[in-house]
Design a protein around this ligand. Structure first.
Ligand code: SAH
Ligand code: DHB
Ligand code: MG
Length: 223
């Protein structure tokens, strides 16, 4: 069997066994597809992994860059206590409109603040409005700005804040030495930045599954 087919079957096997089907998440995906949004959301297993990290961290304040249809946002919001909050940023107004509908129907809108705009334009206002640091930050927007996003995460976090950066492997494109696309160069620039940034301790996790071959970088802010 081809490698991708094995990955997909194994992921389906574990999802069936370990992830309770959820009508709100299914409906969120269906609405995103019907609206023509790209299928760039995390997989169910990845969404649950992010939710676990939020809970293990005891996070109450989460920041997400790149909402799309709010599939990951729903996972993050549900992992929070009742008084927890996710601030999520989406550049595309159409994506944000679908996200707003999905957050409403999933019953988590009270825990989510959806900001529409380019993250680098919106982050100064988020900083001004949020004097209490974020405990968990998920970076999943335009990859070319990854270094700037992690620099913002350093400002908006605290010692112990966990930062997760999505899509760092890109089917192995991360190894390209020349001719890398802009997104890949954004991830490579982040990896080089991290090598010199002593406040951040990091680890990359390669992930295979129904969404192909990709990965996360997990970071923890130290002092
Ligand atoms: N986190 C989502 C997937 C995000 S896909 C999930 O897992 O469900 C990446 C999203 O980032 C897209 O919706 C895209 O429109 C948005 N985006 C692209 N550039 C951006 C920017 N500069 N600021 C904020 N969002 C951006
Ligand atoms: C793609 C996947 C993602 O998870 C993302 O955030 C952006 C793009 C992609 O498959 O192209
Ligand atoms: Mg992603």
């Amino acid at each position: 069997m081809a490698t991708q087919a094995i990955w997909s079957d194994v992921e389906a096997y574990f999802e069936q066994a370990l992830i309770v089907p959820d009508a709100h998440l299914d409906a969120a995906l269906a609405r995103a597809t019907a609206a023509g949004l790209p299928p760039h959301q995390v997989s169910a297993s990845q969404g649950k992994f992010l939710a676990f990290l939020v809970q293990i961290q005891g996070a109450r304040r989460v920041l997400e860059l790149g909402t799309l249809a709010a599939y990951s946002t729903i996972w993050l919001a549900r992992a929070l206590p009742d008084d927890g909050r996710v601030v999520t940023v989406e550049y595309d107004p159409h994506h944000a409109e679908i996200a707003h509908q999905n957050l409403t129907d999933a019953g988590v809108l009270a825990k989510v603040e959806l900001r529409v705009g380019a993250a680098l334009d919106v982050l100064p206002q988020i900083a001004a409005d949020n004097p209490v640091p974020f405990d968990f930050i998920f970076i999943d927007a335009d990859k070319r700005n990854n270094v700037a996003y992690v620099e913002w995460a350093l400002k908006l976090g605290r010692v112990g804040t966990v930062i997760v950066v999505d899509n760092v492997v890109r089917n192995g494109a991360i190894l390209a030495t020349d001719g890398a696309d802009e997104s890949t160069r954004g991830v490579q620039a982040l990896v080089e930045f991290l090598a010199d940034e002593k406040r951040l301790d990091g680890v990359a996790l390669q992930v295979v599954g129904s969404k192909g071959y990709d990965g996360f970088i997990l970071l923890r802010i130290g002092d």
